[in-house]
Design a protein around this ligand. Structure first.
Ligand code: C2E
Ligand code: CA
Ligand code: CA
Length: 827
């Protein structure tokens, strides 16, 4: 609370002095004897002399102030006394002009005495405040005298005329209002509240006292006017009244104090230690009316400051846990109530501080754990998991279609740094690179260390303006980054420079998630590394599904299990056309010697996949057997349907090495054939030359048993195995398929041409059908016919067809053949 300003005190003292001076001037100028007459209304039998009347008045004023009560109003204290009673007595017994001077003497004497008595107690108050108080009372008395002087009417002898009573009441009320107003000014001026709250609360708690005081004053005046003995009854009555007031005020005070306490205690509940400590300081100042307070925590942290001088301290603890100490400026509180309140307040503050400190610690701990969970400890950059999580969030925050880029950086020959300089130096190199990665990109980018010597940067604010521009910008960023990282650094006293390989991928936001971007960036990064380039970018055409074999296999398993009607896997069928004979020689219309079943995968996400895009992965997995079984079943079903429709044509199924190594393959095939009632010779198994050459007893055994069933065997891709002819003597095959590479080159280069020719010759000698694959133009067909090749397969005749497409072709062909046969018969 602020001290009372001396300007305010001087102003009020001047006002009081003025009131007294005016009164004295007026008194001197009164007509002779009127002072005595005025005093005469004290009808004490002895008929007091003027000085006695004045002394009595001053004594009454003094006594009224000694029996005082203290009331807390807002942030300050007010002292209430019997002032109104004294004013009533003074106004009734003295000429108005004497009231202010006599009151000044009485009040002044009383307060001087109190100042003296209270000197070394907590009740002591600054002289300035006492001066202000006395001046306020004097001004009030002056105003009251003015009211009485104007309102009391002519002098009369019959005791207390009603008009005089009215005037005295009015004077007491004016005195009361004036003093309350002046005390309010003091409390407000020292920062104890607003005029409204302070004045209102004072008027509220003193209303009863005003009424009692005025009544007491009137009774005294009446007793003096009638019988002096009645005055003897006054002391006990006044004492009772005083006790009653004290109780009332005490109750009010208590209620206000505890409600204030509750407010302050509520305010202590802060989540932050500093806030809680400052709330505690403000609360202590408010509750205990001290000028300052300080909180010293057990950890040594201190909040608030104390002025020099005595102070009270109170330990703060929660159970056995010491939290700190609360220090209040000024001496120990005297009243038991204040001491109790200090203890309670201390407990509340200790609990609040303890909570806030615990909360701070928990928060710090959880911040640390989240930091540890998302940061790579070595570099401080995000880790892989955080890059994925935050990156995906970033991507979903982008406008769909906006270009985003991911740069994946791998340090070249990092192992050598580790080997040559040790792991500590290696870590330091990584830290330097991390710093350079961070410095190279704007704040909006996401920087991560994926582990080892791999770093990634996700860029989501690439300037828009087309995919090519975005890619160019991202590649430029990657080049700059590579150059920055390559700048020489000193680690462990050695100057070194590190080269990096950076893979760049640019995609439209919404088209790929971060896992996919990382996969693509990885492909690009490997291209950079293997090509010896610092930067390479992802090119979809160089990517193939093999890069994520595992996902692919899982998806294939689902595709194989798909319910009928929801097939993702299908077969296309490509016919082979006879080249020998008149029809073959003349046009495209030779008879169909067989159809080859070729698998297709209509992938829900990746689109239509060719066998080369997934078979290599399948072949290395356990899924090859179920897949082969699926193809065999479909192909055999088709062939038996065609046969029943009178369109019997052999169906060829490609069998991979892995399937041939399955001992039960012959039984499986035998079952399928008998189940679909397909003659075994209508099934051809195409087996690549390289597989047939493998000297595996299992494969040999399987081939022999399959052959025993009556199933035909064809050597696929013949010529690619480089040991071509031995295979034909080892395995009993019925057909040889010349690889399309040789067919494609046979007209232009002598070697492939020679191989084709030799194969056809050998086939003819061994009694095997020779089928040329990949025949795309009439020249090839003509040459093959000329050489005596049995049949041909290729786009020149038919591409692989859907089952329905093939059925249509078979029907049409049959008619052509019939016409042909009829024509033949007619010749
Ligand atoms: P392949 O046995 O040599 O099959 C012939 C391939 O040549 C087919 O490719 C076919 O579409 C393609 N082709 C046909 N005519 C022409 C032409 O005129 N010019 C050119 N350049 N190509 C032509 P596709 O269907 O992509 O099959 C590739 C390979 O996948 C096959 O080679 C075969 O080894 C394997 N394959 C296909 N289906 C199956 C299957 O069901 N099981 C197994 N194990 N392998 C299969
Ligand atoms: Ca084939
Ligand atoms: Ca082939």
């Amino acid at each position: 609370m602020r001290p009372l300003s001396s300007r305010l005190v001087s102003a009020l003292v001047a006002a009081a002095a003025l009131a007294v001076a005016i009164s004295l001037v007026l008194a001197v100028r009164l007509p002779e004897g009127s002072v005595g007459a005025a005093l005469n209304r004290f009808r004490l039998d002895s008929g007091p002399a003027v000085p006695i009347a004045l002394l009595t008045g001053a004594a009454v004023a003094m006594i009224s102030q000694l029996a005082r009560l203290r009331v807390r109003v807002g942030g300050g204290l007010a002292r209430l006394a019997w002032g109104e009673a004294a004013i009533v007595v003074l106004c009734a017994s003295l000429a108005p002009v004497l009231v202010a001077p006599v009151a000044l003497i009485g009040f002044g004497a009383a307060h001087a005495a109190l100042q003296l008595f209270d000197r070394n107690t907590p009740r002591a108050r600054p002289a300035r405040e006492t001066l202000y108080g006395v001046a306020a009372l004097t001004v009030g008395a002056g105003l009251a005298a003015l009211v009485v002087g104007l309102a009391r009417g002519p002098e009369s002898d019959d005791g207390l005329p009603p008009r005089l009573i009215g005037a005295l009441c009015a004077a007491a009320v004016v005195y009361h209002l004036a003093t309350v107003a002046l005390v309010t000014v003091r409390v407000v001026a020292t920062g104890g509240g607003t005029p409204r709250t302070v004045g209102g609360s004072m008027l509220g708690s003193t209303m009863l006292m005003l009424v009692g005081n005025v009544a007491a004053g009137l009774v005294i005046v009446w007793a003096c006017a009638t019988s002096g003995f009645l005055l003897l009854l006054l002391p006990p009555v006044l004492w009772l009244m005083h006790q009653f007031y004290a109780n009332r005020i005490g109750e009010d005070d208590e209620r206000r104090t505890w409600s204030e306490f509750a407010e302050v205690a509520r305010d202590l509940n802060r989540l932050d230690e500093r806030d809680a400590a400052h709330a505690g300081i403000a609360g202590a100042v408010r509750l205990f009316g001290v000028p300052a307070a300080r909180v010293v925590l057990a950890g040594g942290r201190t909040y608030g400051e104390l002025p020099p001088g005595p102070h009270t301290s109170r330990p703060l603890a929660v159970g056995p846990v010491a939290v700190g100490e609360l220090h209040l400026a000024g001496p120990e509180p005297q009243r038991a109530r204040d001491r109790l309140m200090l203890a309670t307040f201390g407990d509340a503050l200790a609990a609040a501080l303890h909570d806030a400190i615990t909360h701070d610690q928990l928060r710090a701990m959880s911040e640390r754990t989240t930091y540890d969970a998302v940061r790579d400890p070595l570099s401080g950059l995000f880790n892989r998991a955080a890059l994925l999580a935050r990156g995906n969030l970033r991507l979903s925050a982008c406008r769909a279609g906006d270009p985003v880029a991911l740069l994946l950086l791998d340090v070249n020959d990092f192992k050598e740094v580790n080997n040559a300089l040790g792991h500590n130096a290696g870590d330091e190199v990584l830290r330097v690179i991390a710093r350079r990665v961070l410095e190279a990109g704007p704040d909006g980018d996401l920087h991560a260390r994926l582990g080892g010597d791999e770093f990634a940067i996700l860029i989501t604010d690439l300037a828009a303006g087309g995919a090519d521009l975005a890619l160019a910008a991202a590649v430029e960023r990657a080049r700059k980054l590579g150059a920055q990282i390559a700048a020489p650094m000193r680690v462990g006293g050695v100057a070194l420079s590190t080269e990096t390989s950076i893979g760049v991928v640019v995609a439209a936001a919404g088209s790929a998630d971060l896992t996919e971007l990382l996969r693509r960036a990885d492909i690009a990064m490997y291209q950079a590394k293997h090509g010896g380039q610092p930067v390479a970018w992802y090119d979809a055409s160089r990517d193939d599904a093999n890069t994520d074999r595992l996902a692919l296999l899982a998806e294939l398993r689902e595709a194989l299990a798909a319910a009928p009607g929801e097939d993702q896997l299908t077969l296309e069928l490509q016919p082979a056309i006879a080249l020998t004979g008149p029809a073959g020689a003349s046009g495209t219309g030779g008879p169909i010697t067989g159809v080859e079943a070729l698998i297709r995968w209509q992938h829900p996400r990746r689109g239509k996949l060719a066998p080369d895009q997934f078979l290599p992965a399948v072949e290395a997995s356990e899924l090859m057997a179920p897949l082969t079984h699926w193809v065999l079943e479909r192909a055999i079903t088709f062939a038996s349907t065609w046969r029943r429709a009178g369109l019997a044509v052999p169906v060829a199924v490609n069998i991979s090495a892995r399937s041939l190594a399955e001992r039960q393959l012959p039984e499986t095939i035998g079952d399928l054939l008998s189940r679909h009632r397909l003659p075994a010779e209508l099934l051809v198994l195409e087996i690549t030359e390289t597989v047939m050459l493998s000297s595996s007893p299992v494969i040999d055994d399987v081939l022999v048993r399959v052959r025993r069933l009556g199933v035909q065997l064809a050597v696929d891709d013949f010529g690619t195995g480089f040991s071509a002819f031995t295979v034909l003597t080892r395995v009993p095959v019925q057909e040889v398929k010349i690889d399309r590479e040789f067919v494609a080159q046979m007209l232009d280069a002598p070697k492939p041409g020679a191989i084709v020719q030799a194969t056809v010759d050998l086939g003819r000698r061994l009694g095997l059908r020779v089928v040329a694959e990949g025949v795309e133009n009439p020249e090839q067909r003509a040459r093959l016919t000329e050489l005596g090749c049995t049949a041909a397969q290729g786009f020149l005749f038919y591409p692989p067809l859907s089952p329905d497409g093939l059925l249509a072709v078979l029907r049409e062909r049959r008619q052509v053949q019939r016409r042909h046969l009829r024509a033949k018969g007619a010749v």
